[in-house]
Ligand binder design. Structure first.
Ligand SMILES: C[S@@+](CC[C@H](N)C(=O)[O-])C[C@H]1O[C@@H](n2cnc3c(N)ncnc32)[C@H](O)[C@@H]1O
Length: 299
């Protein structure tokens, strides 16, 4: 990994986490895959990679997500930087779902750790994971195959997916917003509003913005180019501005947050009714604790 100099990440965290990772196993997995050939299965020529994405290193990975190193190291690193437990944190997003979706879109799905859990929670639903990195999609597809889950993966931009309007009941984004400029997260929420059917739900899981504001040094730890502007913003306010109603942000294990909103129905007098749902509400009791797909790094 090529990383910035003298950061807390480079000096302390990267070596510590590096020592916890089974590098030999990762290398074997990496060598077993023809990354260029497999990423070509997903790569779309009409997807123009934006400069805010290609010009930055993320988590100190040179070239950001546009290489296979990002795809193989993402899960082993993420399990250590998503306290107190990556699966518990992702499960909070699943537990926050208030609709019974038939079509789900997971934006910036990465290696599909949340996408797999969505499919496990709603096996009858059609689940699509979308990401700008064809390499992350290769890893995502391997994980889906190894768990026997039928998930579609699509190369694309979350802010301009190209999917038709009113097409999904649930749109999710986990750990995406802190990685992009605020103008892009606003555009993603507008796109989510367009994509959702009336009564559909949007869910955003990410770092806790209040905590990031109070603990400025947290912003510098992980070499995230946009995390400072993310922390200064408000996903809650952006969601409201995008047209969602019943917007609510909940703290998750203090360092994370989940923001939810509903695409409401408009009635003749112009009022929005967020309690009218086209999708069937899901009873809380229906949820089970699923074994974590997030820790499956080499299957
Ligand atoms: C931190 S990872 C999160 C991955 C996954 N959602 C998770 O929870 O582990 C961010 C992912 O978002 C993708 N990404 C960043 N900007 C994007 C955009 N504008 N459209 C689609 N994907 C994007 C990256 O390629 C990367 O895979």
């Amino acid at each position: 990994m090529a990383v910035g100099k003298n950061t807390i990440w480079e000096r302390f965290l990267s070596p510590v986490i590096g020592s916890l990772i089974d590098n030999e196993r990762l290398r074997r997995y990496a060598d077993s895959v023809d990354w260029e050939k497999q990423s070509d299965r997903f790569r779309r020529d009409d997807v123009v990679i934006p400069a805010y994405y290609s010009s930055q290193n993320f988590h100190g990975i040179s070239g950001g997500y546009l290489n296979y190193n990002a795809a193989i190291t993402y899960d082993p690193i993420t399990q250590y930087v998503t306290p107190p437990n990556e699966t518990w944190v992702r499960q909070e997003l699943i537990d926050a779902i208030r609709v019974k979706p038939r079509r789900i879109l997971d934006l910036g799905c990465g290696t599909a750790s949340t996408t797999l859990m969505l499919k496990q929670a709603f096996p009858q639903a059609e689940v699509i994971g979308l990401d700008l990195s064809p390499y992350m999609l290769v890893r995502a597809a391997h994980k889906a195959e190894s768990t026997g889950l039928d998930i579609k993966f699509s190369h694309g931009k979350a802010e301009a997916t190209g999917f038709p309007a009113n097409n999904f009941d649930l749109v999710t984004a986990s750990l995406l917003f802190h990685e992009i400029p605020v103008t892009i997260s606003q555009a993603i929420l507008q796109e989510s509003f367009r994509l959702l059917r009336v009564g559909g739900q949007v869910l955003v899981l990410d770092g806790n913005q209040k905590a990031l504001r109070q603990l400025g040094w947290l912003n510098d730890i992980f070499e995230e180019p946009y995390i400072r502007e993310y922390g200064a913003g408000s996903v809650d306010a952006e969601m409201g501005a995008a047209g969602f109603t019943a917007v609510n942000t909940k703290n998750v294990w203090w360092v994370h947050q989940i923001t939810t909103g509903i695409k409401a129905i408009f009635v003749a007098d112009g009022t929005k009714h967020s309690n009218i749902r086209q999708c069937e509400p899901t009873a809380q009791e229906d949820f089970q604790i699923f074994p974590s797909p997030a820790f499956d790094t080499t299957a």
